[in-house]
Design a protein around this ligand. Structure first.
Ligand code: AN7
Length: 375
């Protein structure tokens, strides 16, 4: 991308490393190129010498990292002549599918768990014109149905079992290395289906000139450019919500529960790939309670001015615990992905604020009193 060129999305920026040709019609909303913000106040209060960054994926066009995968999956679906896409979703995938389908002029069908997706995500799916199918069941039930129905109807699945999704999402790792000049020592992510942690590892591996068992396209010999940009790869760390932590249990969880509805997933679709990531990178999985997740969300908003949704805060909740204990040692550079914007879930945000709103008469004295008594 030359300096005087408009930013036109991640496929265009990284087209030599993605499955497109010059003739491909790109379905893009200018996704990617998200800020890598260095935290200042939280590490200082922690008293630990770490370089702690957040990759603010909530600033993608539909407010989550899913846009990275969706631009690639919908571009491919359109290239194959598909007229409809389908996904099961805890919310963000449905929002992204709805928006990119609208852009492409095709239909999106989204299966969501009734009553269990954040309000902003539901609004997005509806306003973009997706066909929203609520099911009386959780994400895992919806995912099983999507796989089944795709054999019986002309629809392209755009969940992360679609390998083009992970190809798009790997670009987040490229951006981080391009910006830092090298891979961080640790990369921490919230884990639901484990597609994103897998995609990041694929990206880091590609930039290090290495293949990985986690990549459906590589499997030993990748057909994309693998020219090394940097030598190292990070240790990958995945954090789950405690009520929804199959990687900690070592088996699927049938009734996952957590306030972080985005990662209320008990049957991760990238199970084997994510274990490859853990082994190849020397990383680990851990879990955070809902209380820890909400505390981390509040810490980010109140100390750093960064608003992410609860699921996203899981990466910071876990990382802070591991930095405090020394499992992530001082002197490390650490990137935490904040996967979705806080505005996705206004209900949970408001319910976290115990202060009553001040309501006063519309008079100077009343407003002045309110200010002086709250200085
Ligand atoms: C904010 O939208 O699965 O481990 O259907 O929305 O790649 O699944 C969302 C997942 C983390 C977990 N943070 O990522 C869906 C969906 C947020 C998310 C995850 C999701 P994966």
């Amino acid at each position: 991308m030359s300096d005087n060129k408009r930013y036109t999305g991640l496929i265009d920026r990284y087209r030599n490393r993605l499955p497109v040709t010059d003739a491909t019609r790109l379905i893009s909303l200018g996704e990617g190129n998200t800020p890598l913000v260095k935290l200042e106040n939280i590490p200082a209060e922690l008293g630990k010498a770490v370089d702690l960054y957040i990759k603010y994926e909530g600033l993608n066009p539909t407010g989550s990292f899913k846009d990275r995968g969706m631009t690639m999956a919908v571009t491919q679906a359109v290239a194959e002549g598909s007229k409809a896409i389908i996904c099961a979703s805890t919310g963000n995938t449905s929002a992204a599918a709805a928006a990119y389908a609208a852009r492409a002029g095709i239909t999106a069908f989204v299966l969501i768990p009734e009553g269990k997706i954040a309000l902003g995500k539901l609004a997005q799916a509806m306003i973009h014109g997706a066909v929203v199918i609520q099911i009386r069941g959780n994400f895992d039930a919806g995912m099983a149905l999507v796989k089944e129905v795709a054999d019986h109807a002309p629809v392209t699945i755009v969940n992360s079992i679609n390998p083009y999704r992970l190809q798009g999402q790997k670009t987040a790792a490229f951006e981080i290395v391009d910006e830092l000049g090298k891979a961080p020592d640790f990369h921490c992510l919230p884990v639901g289906n484990a597609g994103n942690i897998t995609a990041h590892w694929i990206g880091y591996s590609e930039y290090a000139g290495q293949s990985t068992a986690a990549c459906a396209f590589c499997e030993g010999s990748c057909k994309f450019e693998h020219a090394a940009v940097t030598a190292g790869r990070p240790t990958m760390v995945g954090y789950q919500a405690a009520g929804s932590a199959p990687f900690m249990r070592g088996e699927m969880v049938d009734n996952p529960e957590t306030i972080a509805t985005a990662i209320r997933i008990g049957h991760p679709q990238s199970w084997d790939r994510a274990w490859s990531v853990q082994k190849e990178s020397g990383g680990w999985f851990d879990e955070c309670t809902d209380e820890e997740i909400l505390a981390a969300q509040k810490l980010l908003t109140s100390r750093e001015g960064i608003f992410c949704e609860p699921a996203s805060a899981t990466s910071v909740a876990g990382a802070l615990r591991d930095i405090r204990s020394g499992k992530i040692p001082e002197g490390s550079s650490v990137v935490c992905t904040l996967t979705g914007h806080g505005l996705k879930d206004p209900d949970t945000a408001i319910s976290q604020c115990d202060d009553e709103l001040l309501t006063v008469d519309a008079e100077l004295s009343a407003v002045k009193d309110a200010i002086l008594s709250n200085m």
